[in-house]
Design a protein. Sequence first.
Length: 355
Amino acid sequence: MRSLLFLVLISICWAEPHPDNSSLEHERIIHIQEENGPRLLVVAEQMKVFTHRGGNVTLPCKFYHEHTSTAGSGTHKIRVKWTKLTSDYLKEVDVFVSMGHHKKSYGNYQGRVFLKESSENDASLIITDIMLEDYGRYKCEVIEGLEDDTAVVTLDLEGVVFPYSPRLGRYNLNFHEAQQACRDQDAVIAAFDQLYDAWRGGLDWCNAGWLSDGSVQYPITKPREPCGGRNTVPGVRNYGFWDKDKSRYDVFCFTSNFNGRFYYLIHPTKLTYDEAVQACLKDGAQIAKVGQIFAAWKLLGYDRCDAGWLADGSVRYPISRPRKRCSPNEAAVRFVGFPDKKHKLYGVYCFRAYN
């Protein structure tokens, strides 16, 4: 019966050579795969991996054949491709490609990524010196001949989401300016998942802000009239997607830990903004950024009841232990405002990077 079936398949697949394509006759290859033949499977042992900025991480990925105990058939070279998925799900950012001895990394990943290759079926990706921009979903694709399969792993970062608006005031940033504003404060524009996690952790903010996918949203834990009404349920409110060039909102930024020391500078007198900048420089440091005060407060429990200048010209202070006259109701980075740089006197927060 099998012999008869084989002859039928041969008769169906046979084709007479076309006179104009006689040179292609011997290049025709017909692949017939049995249903119980090897099937490539790609598996991620963990769907989510956690790390922090500056660390190293392994994104797990292994491949198998369903009907064999070996990693590959040996007849085709294995091609491994890692890409980062974007928020619109239509674009992918190339990260790393490996095929035999040929390996290539792309963009900001150059020199920071390589395969673990602990066994012949290990396609796990190691990323070193983690950056804030590395957060997101990664796809591991393995190709062998005509077979291929994929697995997706999420890289999550320990960090903090904080709302930000510039000296100009509320709702003054288009999307591109919002991205730059976060970068200027040692942060990146936050993703929705990061804002959602922050909301679950208690973040309540009534001003709408840009997120990395181009949407505008804000988190509410205590419903009230100016923020959707008292009768609405708590949640992350979504304004939808707006024109990235013309529309103007605040922004939600995300930052992680840092390689340095954040501290309040003990100084005999209060300082103007320019004096504060010089005082940090004289101490071998730089005036701290907004992202750095939030990271020190959230990740290190930094607590100080002294208002101090920051690099953007704002004055803030971090409270981890609520008490009278120092944020009595909640732990928070308290915002004093953007005082007159030339005449108002405050302390200063500095940041000294580790070499």
